[in-house]
Design a protein around this ligand. Structure first.
Ligand SMILES: Cc1ncc(COP(=O)(O)O)c(C=O)c1O
Length: 440
C-alpha cells in the first residue's frame, strides 16, 4: 500500500506541521488532551473499513466476528471502570450522544430540559436556544450565583416550579466540584430523569479526584477525548438507579442511537475507546488525575497572586475561568496574545458577561494536556509567569463598543499582536520548555 506521504503530500505535510505545533506549544484548552500512541494505532487501524450497524451478535451486516468482540470489550471495560450495569459506546461524539438521550426520553416540542445556561458554563446541547436542544424541546436554564458557584437551593426551586422531564448536571466551563448527590435529591423530589454530562471531568472521576455521579443519577454521558485521553467519541451509561426508575432505559438508549440517530458505529473509534479505558484503569492514570488537579490549583494560586480575577476564586478541577475585566483586555485579544506567546487557550464568556459571545470578557484554560506531557508544579509557576507577562503586554487594549470601530481595531490589534517582540520571545522560551517534555 502507498504511504500517506506518497499518496497525498499536501495532507501529509499539514499533519506534520500540526504535529510540530502540538509539540512546540502549551496546549491549555481544557477540553483537549494527547491520546496515546496505542489509542492512535487503534484509531488508524483496519477497523475503519468495517460496517456493523446494530449491536454485538445482532448486526445487519456480516463479518463482525472480531468487531463484536471489540465492542463487547469496550462496554465491559467501561462498566467495570465506572461501576454501571449498562453502556453504549457507539455515539459518534458528545453532541449526538446528548441528542440520543433526549430522543430516547423526551417528546419533542412538549417535554422540558433543564440545564446550566450556556452563558454560565453549560454546553450548547444542555438546552441552548441556538442548538437543536433548545429548538426541539422546551427549555429552562439555571445559572450560577453571584460568586460563580452552582446554587443548589435555587436549582431546586426552579425544578419544582418548572417540572422538567430531565435535568442535566455537568458543564463545559465550571471550575468547581459538582454535587451530584444534591442534584439526585432535587430530582427525587421532582420525579424526573437526571443526566450527568461528565465529558470534562471523566478522567478526574476515574482517578478519584472528583466525586462520582454513579450512585445519584440515572444516565451518564461522557465524551472520550477530554480528560479520559481517548479518541474523539462518547459513551452513554445507565446506572442501577436509572434502571430502577425505568427498566427499559438501556433499550431506549440503544434504539435512539440506532435506528434513531446514527447508522454504522465507527469500529476503529470503539477499539480506541477500549484502549483508552484500559489505560485509564491503571494506577498511573490515578496519579495523572491527581496531578491534573494539583497543577490547576498551583496555576490558580499563582495567577491570583498576579492579580487575575478567577471566576469562583479558584478551581477544584482541571480548569480555570478568568475574568479579564480588571486587566482591561478582552478575552479574544488575550487569547490571541497568548497564542502568539505559545500558550493555547480559548476565549470564554464569564458569568453575567455583558460582551458578545465572539468577544467575551474571559479566557478558559486547563491542565489536562500539559499534565499528560509530564509537567508538574514547577512548570505551572513558570507558565503562570508567562501568562501574566503575555496578558500585560496587551493590557489596556479594550474593545470599542461601536461595531465598525471594532472591526478596524481588531484588524490593527491582530497585526500588532502577531509581531509583538515580547510575545515572540515568550514563545521561544515556551518552545524550549516543551522540548523537555516531548510528545511520545
Ligand atoms: C460538557 C460537554 N458536553 C458535550 C460536549 C459535546 O461534545 P462534542 O464536541 O464531542 O460533540 C462537550 C464538548 O465540548 C462538553 O464540554
Amino acid at each position: 500500500m502507498v504511504s500517506l506521504q506518497k499518496a497525498d503530500l499536501k495532507i501529509y505535510e499539514l499533519i506534520k506541521q500540526e504535529e510540530k505545533r502540538q509539540q512546540d506549544v502549551l496546549e491549555m484548552i481544557p477540553s483537549e488532551n494527547y491520546a496515546s500512541k496505542a489509542v492512535m494505532e487503534a484509531l488508524g487501524s483496519v477497523l475503519t473499513n468495517k460496517y456493523s450497524e446494530g449491536y454485538p451478535k445482532k448486526r445487519y451486516y456480516q463479518g463482525n466476528k472480531f468487531v463484536d468482540d471489540v465492542e463487547i470489550l469496550a462496554c465491559e471495560r467501561a462498566k467495570k471502570l465506572f461501576g454501571v450495569p449498562y453502556v453504549n459506546v457507539q455515539p459518534y461524539s458528545g453532541s449526538p450522544a446528548n441528542t440520543a438521550i433526549y430522543f430516547a426520553l423526551l417528546e419533542p416540542f412538549k417535554d422540558k430540559i433543564m440545564g446550566l445556561s450556556l452563558a454560565f458554563g453549560g454546553h450548547l446541547t444542555h438546552g441552548s436556544s441556538v442548538s437543536f436542544s433548545g429548538k426541539y424541546f422546551k427549555i429552562v436554564s439555571y445559572e450560577l450565583d453571584k460568586d460563580g458557584f452552582l446554587d443548589y437551593d435555587a436549582i431546586e426551586k426552579l425544578a419544582v416550579s418548572e417540572k422538567p422531564k430531565i435535568i442535566v448536571c455537568g458543564a463545559t466551563a465550571y471550575p468547581r466540584i459538582i454535587d451530584f448527590k444534591r442534584f439526585g435529591e432535587i430530582v427525587d423530589k421532582v420525579g424526573c430523569y437526571l443526566l450527568a454530562d461528565i465529558s470534562h471531568i471523566t478522567g478526574l472521576i476515574i482517578a478519584g479526584v472528583h466525586p462520582s455521579p454513579v450512585p445519584y443519577v440515572d444516565i451518564i454521558m461522557t465524551t472520550t477525548h477530554k480528560t479520559l485521553r481517548g479518541p474523539r467519541g462518547a459513551m452513554i451509561m445507565v446506572t442501577e438507579k436509572g434502571l430502577k426508575k425505568d427498566s427499559e432505559l438501556g433499550i431506549k438508549i440503544d434504539k435512539a442511537i440506532i435506528p434513531g440517530l446514527q447508522g454504522g458505529p465507527h469500529d476503529n473509534q470503539t477499539a480506541a475507546i477500549a484502549v483508552a479505558l484500559l489505560e485509564a484503569s491503571r494506577p498511573s492514570f490515578k496519579k495523572y488525575g491527581e496531578q491534573v488537579v494539583k497543577n490547576a490549583k498551583v496555576l490558580a494560586g499563582k495567577l491570583t497572586e498576579f492579580g487575575f480575577d478567577l471566576v469562583s476564586g479558584g478551581t477544584d478541577n482541571h480548569l480555570l475561568l478568568i475574568d479579564l475585566t480588571n486587566k482591561k483586555v478582552n478575552g479574544a485579544v488575550a487569547a490571541l496574545a497568548l497564542e502568539i506567546a505559545g500558550i493555547v487557550v480559548n476565549k470564554n464568556a464569564v458569568p453575567n458577561d455583558k460582551m458578545p459571545r465572539f468577544y467575551p470578557s474571559g479566557i478558559r484554560l486547563g491542565t489536562p494536556a500539559i499534565t499528560t506531557r509530564g509537567m508538574k508544579e514547577k512548570e505551572m509557576m513558570q507558565i503562570a509567569k508567562w501568562i501574566n507577562e503575555a496578558v500585560n503586554e496587551v493590557g489596556g487594549l479594550e474593545l470599542p463598543q461601536n461595531l465598525e470601530e471594532r472591526k478596524i481595531f481588531w484588524k490593527e490589534a491582530r497585526a500588532r499582536i502577531s509581531e509583538n517582540k515580547n510575545l515572540l520571545k515568550i514563545s521561544q522560551e515556551v518552545k524550549t520548555l516543551c522540548s523537555k517534555f516531548p510528545l511520545s
